[in-house]
Design a protein around this ligand. Structure first.
Ligand code: FPP
Length: 233
């Protein structure tokens, strides 16, 4: 169990894991070296969140825009992520973690997709933290998809916010309470656009490969002191 104590924790923590490339560049390493260490950091942060008892963790692992990157970087990133999740599977089982893959999985190569879905299935009976990994995910695309599904099922106007929510990848999940973004960028970058309407944000200059549990605790302590009014007085 984690030793760190918090007065309150987010029920749903979301993370934009950014800065792998810059971390590697600073060390004169190829960008993929940053992704490799980023996968290790991912495993540590997932473990720490589960130990703290955070019920929902959602991470932005690959955006719809990331397909525009050099094909060799994309291929290596997908390989590292698939391999990382497989490697971390026994640990996730021990920690009773469930896995949910959100995004346009159909765009993934068959082999990687099948492997990732097998991991999701393998953890499906667990009852602990729900880890959602956003893969080929974009917030706008998610909304357009939801509207098209509503049209296809013949939804009658006016549709409600609840109708839309039922068609999001995150259907059934609470909205994120806290969104963390690493690497000194102050953008949402198409991440959980609808769901983050009232989320608190935490930005840090630390690049993702260096975002170890100590950095996570700093973000969670900052969240402890936020006053949330959800638009009220
Ligand atoms: C952004 O850094 C990071 C990514 C595009 C990849 C994020 C994925 C991981 C950290 C691995 C997650 C692991 C699993 C198993 C799901 P960047 O490459 O955009 O960095 P830069 O902005 O410095 O160029």
């Amino acid at each position: 169990m984690a030793e760190e104590r918090f007065a309150r924790l987010p029920a749903h923590l979301a993370v934009i894991m950014d800065g792998n490339g810059r971390w590697a560049k600073k060390r004169l390493l190829p960008r993929t070296a940053g992704h490799k260490v980023g996968v290790d950091t991912f495993a540590e942060v997932v473990g720490a969140c589960s130990d703290l008892g955070i019920p929902y963790l959602t991470v932005y692992a690959f955006s719809t825009e990331n397909w525009k990157r050099d094909a060799s970087e994309v291929q290596e990133l997908l390989r590292l992520m698939g391999q990382g999740i497989k490697r971390f599977l026994p640990d996730m089982h021990r920690k009773n973690i469930r896995l949910s893959l959100l995004g346009e999985l159909e765009r993934f190569p068959e082999k990687e997709r099948a492997e990732l879905l097998a991991c999701e299935r393998e953890l499906s009976e667990n009852t602990g933290m729900l880890l959602s990994v956003c893969l080929s995910y974009g917030g706008r695309q998610e909304l357009v998809r939801a509207f098209n599904e509503l049209l296809a099922e013949g939804a009658k106007a006016p549709v409600t916010a609840e109708d839309v929510e039922k068609h999001l990848y995150t259907a059934g999940l609470p909205d994120p309470d806290l969104v963390i973004r690493t690497s000194g960028e102050y953008r949402i970058s198409n991440f959980l656009l609808w769901q983050s309407a009232y989320a608190e944000y935490y930005f840090t200059d630390v690049c993702w490969p260096d975002f170890k549990p100590k950095e996570l605790y700093k973000a969670l302590h900052a969240y402890e002191n936020r006053s949330r009014r959800f638009g009220g007085a």
